[in-house]
Design a protein around this ligand. Structure first.
Ligand SMILES: Nc1ncnc2c1ncn2[C@@H]1O[C@H](COP(=O)(O)OP(=O)(O)OP(=O)(O)O)[C@@H](O)[C@H]1O
Length: 512
């Protein structure tokens, strides 16, 4: 019977070493049936020199093979070698533990089939074969294990791709722990928010700008209803602060105000945080199941900050809550009824997101019932002196200091553009109160970017009363520097001691 070479399945059936050093190796062709075996055995003869060469090469090969196997096995990673056709040629023995498949079930399989059958979500070898470049990616196995994979192309001497070698690290436990940690951190944050809210009493908002007055007026009206309010405006303008203010004005003020920043958590976590889940719903979930923030905000207000970051799946579930006042926690079938007022904020252009399909139009209409735009700080510079006073008082109290700002320094702060708005101003004042070398903060103490803002005209120096307060404080601070007691100050400024004492108290100043 004739065979093409690649039909043969040869196995050594006999080896004979003759006295003259010649080795005869006989191969059996397993592709033939038993009666045909040995009818035409294939024998190769090696003379002693060739034999020596063969043995040396075989030994080198064996030793390399054993070292290679050790590296594969000892690395602790799942190592797979795939040829250029996409067929697995070798795999390390931890394959069963990680992929749920024995070595011989894995070797010989096509990566394209495995991807199609869901043995792995995404094949790194496929990506390497397509791009001819090293890739790094995370994969999920059918058994829901998560792997971090590095796929490396191996090229032959003429530069063509020969094989792909993949090193996969099982990161399931690591990522479960990370997710649980994130969940805990998140819960702590929600609790902290609640504690801060109940301790700080009212959420003090400082402003005199006509635009903000209009906002406050509108909020006073809508607070009495359950209408959904969407706060718009640049980052740091006070959208969250106004959302809290709205809650405090509303009949829901005694119930929780819960805030979720949709941008800080990964998609799956946002969904589970919002809607909660039944026990054992997904890998890494809390064993007992968990109540979502929607339920936690029952009777109160749920504020969804950066709502533009929600993915489409969560948007759909949220729409159901807004429309039907019910939702279904992950892994449950029974819907839960809720009584929550929804408030949202974004600094993204939601209308544009609707046009590009990134945000659901119906959800946009639902949350945009009362849009409220908070103007940037550059558009209401009249608020800057007030805010400076407000934050200076706040941080003087916190850091036990008695700082104030020179008039020139206030002018520079008014002229600065404030890209980070009120938050940036608040942070800067805190930093200056901590680091200022003297009680009066001067232009030279300000950050360089603010010091440079002198060319512009000073549009506003504060009201008459505010300017008088600033002067009064500066006069007292100067007097305190030189005087040893209150009588000396009273004498110098020609006012009585009780007035001095009262004014010092008002400005939080005292004798050194
Ligand atoms: N009018 C105000 N009076 C006093 N403090 C304010 C005022 N506006 C904002 N703040 C304070 O400024 C900081 C930033 O405000 P907030 O976090 O509300 O901004 P935001 O617009 O929600 O920001 P982001 O878009 O980044 O979420 C907060 O500490 C807030 O208390």
């Amino acid at each position: 019977m004739e065979h093409a070479l690649n039909d043969w399945s040869l196995e050594v059936s006999q080896m004979e070493l003759e006295d003259n050093g010649t080795l005869t190796v006989t191969f059996e062709d397993n592709s033939l049936d038993s009666q045909q075996k040995y009818t035409n055995p294939l024998s190769l003869h090696f003379d002693s020199d060739r034999l020596q060469e063969f043995i040396t090469t075989t030994n080198v090969y064996r030793s390399l093979e054993s070292e290679f196997k050790s590296v594969m096995e000892l690395s602790g990673e799942l190592v797979t070698i795939v040829n250029k056709e996409g067929t697995v040629e070798r795999v390390s023995s931890n394959c069963k533990k990680i992929m749920g498949l024995a070595v011989d079930e894995f070797v010989g399989r096509s990566i394209y089939d495995m991807e199609r059958l869901g043995v792995i979500t995404l094949s790194s070898s496929k990506k390497v074969l397509e791009t001819l470049k090293e890739v790094q990616m995370t994969q999920r196995t059918r058994g829901d294990r998560r792997l971090f994979v590095r796929g490396i192309p191996l090229f032959n001497e003429s530069g063509s791709l020969e094989k792909v070698i993949n090193f996969s690290r099982d990161i399931t436990e690591e990522s479960n722990l990370q997710e649980r940690l994130r969940e805990r951190e998140f819960e702590i944050n929600v609790l902290l928010q609640e504690v801060q809210r109940s301790h700080s009493g009212k959420n003090l908002l400082v402003s005199k700008a006509a635009e903000i007055e209009k906002v406050t007026h509108l909020l006073n009206k809508v607070a009495q209803t359950d209408a959904t309010v969407l706060f718009l405006g640049e980052t740091g303008v006070g959208k969250s602060a106004f959302a809290k203010h709205l809650h405090e004005l509303s009949p829901r003020r005694a119930a929780p105000f819960i805030q979720l920043n949709c941008a800080v958590l990964p998609d799956q976590l946002v969904e589970s945080e919002l809607f909660g889940y039944a026990k054992g719903s997904f890998t890494g979930a809390n064993q007992q199941g968990k109540k979502g923030l929607i339920e936690a905000a029952a009777g109160g207000t749920l504020f969804l900050d950066e709502i533009g970051e929600l993915n489409l799946q969560t948007q759909t579930k949220l729409l159901q809550v807004l429309q039907e006042k019910t939702f279904t926690p992950i892994g449950k079938t029974e819907p839960v009824k809720v009584d929550v007022r929804f408030v949202a904020a974004t600094n993204r252009d939601l209308e544009e997101m609707v046009e590009t399909g990134a945000f659901r139009r119906d959800l946009y209409y639902r949350i945009n019932v009362v849009p409220v735009l908070i103007p940037s700080l550059r558009e209401r510079t009249e608020d800057i002196p007030m805010l400076i006073h407000h934050f200076t008082d706040k941080f003087n109290g916190e850091y036990k200091r008695t700082c104030s700002f020179s008039r020139d320094a206030i002018d520079r702060l008014i002229n600065y553009r404030w890209p980070g708005n009120v938050r940036e101003l608040e942070n800067m004042i805190e930093q200056l109160v901590i680091t200022a070398p003297a009680e009066v903060i001067k232009v030279s103490d300000l950050p360089q970017k603010v010091q440079r803002c002198k060319e512009q005209i000073n549009l506003f120096k504060g009201s008459f009363k505010e300017q008088m307060q600033t002067h009064e404080r500066e006069i007292l601070q100067d007097a305190l520097k030189e005087a040893k007691n209150l009588n000396e100050i009273a004498e110098k400024l020609k006012i009585d001691v009780s007035t001095i004492s009262r004014k010092l108290k008002k400005h939080g100043l005292k004798l050194q």
